[in-house]
Ligand binder design. Structure first.
Ligand SMILES: [Zn+2]
Length: 260
């Protein structure tokens, strides 16, 4: 009884060292440091958070990646895309933008978790596989230089770079320039978002030759109304791009009234 019993119990219970060893073994397999504080799993998301991400694996609108309830066939577009064709040709999103997917996206954007970029790029590479197969170059949505200075990195470029490596499609980081700082798009309706970004982007003369006649895949983290991506697509087409497609990590399901 007493000391001996206590020893036995200690031997049977995993001590802090055993836990640390186990965690070490897991960290070799999965990236360390789960962003929600839970045990580390792929992409720094806990298994629980991972299971709640709404990946857009099923049928979607070819024009805006809105999920469809049933398969309507390849290349079919939703009512909104039929009523008002977008400035870009097709779009794919890896998942829906919601409470769960918002976390890794905002961590990359504001908290310098650059290690998340390759994971998000992998998500996109799956969702936009067909678009990547046809693309000649990958271009990120640019930040205004002042904002880039403040934030130190452009999250769209951070995602586009590993996407280029994964897919073997050329990376064109500076094909687009944001020539004036636009007001935040948050809380704006679709039409005022479009007005806000009208003429905000252009292709510098030194990059026109790399864009002319080519199929460009535009990359960003989130698509809300698509106004920013349309502003970029218009600039690329004005510079002679043959086709402009869009690939984002997440799309907002209902754009109305959502603030990012
Ligand atoms: Zn659509």
């Amino acid at each position: 009884m007493g000391a001996e019993d206590g020893l036995l119990r200690t031997a049977l219970k995993p001590g802090p060292r055993a836990k640390a060893l186990w965690r070490g073994a897991l960290d070799m397999i999965f990236p360390p440091q789960a962003i929600d504080g839970g045990p580390a799993l792929a992409g720094g998301l806990s298994a629980e958070a991972w299971s709640r991400i709404h990946f857009l694996d099923g049928p979607v609108c070819d024009g805006c990646s809105l999920p469809f309830d049933y398969d309507r066939g390849a290349g079919v577009r939703c009512a909104a895309c039929m009523a008002r064709p977008r400035a870009f040709d097709a779009a794919r999103a890896a998942c829906l933008y919601d409470e769960t997917s918002r976390e890794p996206i905002l961590k990359l954007k504001h908290a310098d978790r650059l290690d998340l970029a390759p994971v998000l790029a992998r998500w996109i590479s799956r969702a936009a596989r067909e678009l990547l197969e046809e693309a000649d170059a990958i271009t990120p949505v640019p930040l205004h230089p002042m904002r880039l200075l403040r934030r130190r990195h452009n999250q769209a470029a951070e995602i586009a770079r590993p996407l280029s490596k994964l897919s073997g499609v050329a990376f064109l980081p500076d094909a687009l320039v944001r020539r004036r700082a636009t007001e935040s798009q948050g809380g704006k309706s679709g039409s005022s978002r479009r007005r806000n970004v009208a003429g905000a982007f252009h292709v510098p003369a030194s990059r026109v030759r790399q864009v002319e006649g080519r199929r460009i895949l535009l990359v960003d983290d989130v698509m809300t109304t698509g106004a920013t991506l349309e502003g970029c697509a218009r600039a690329l087409k004005q510079a002679g791009a043959g086709r402009v497609d869009v690939a984002v990590v997440a799309r907002v399901k209902e754009a109305a009234g959502l603030t990012i």
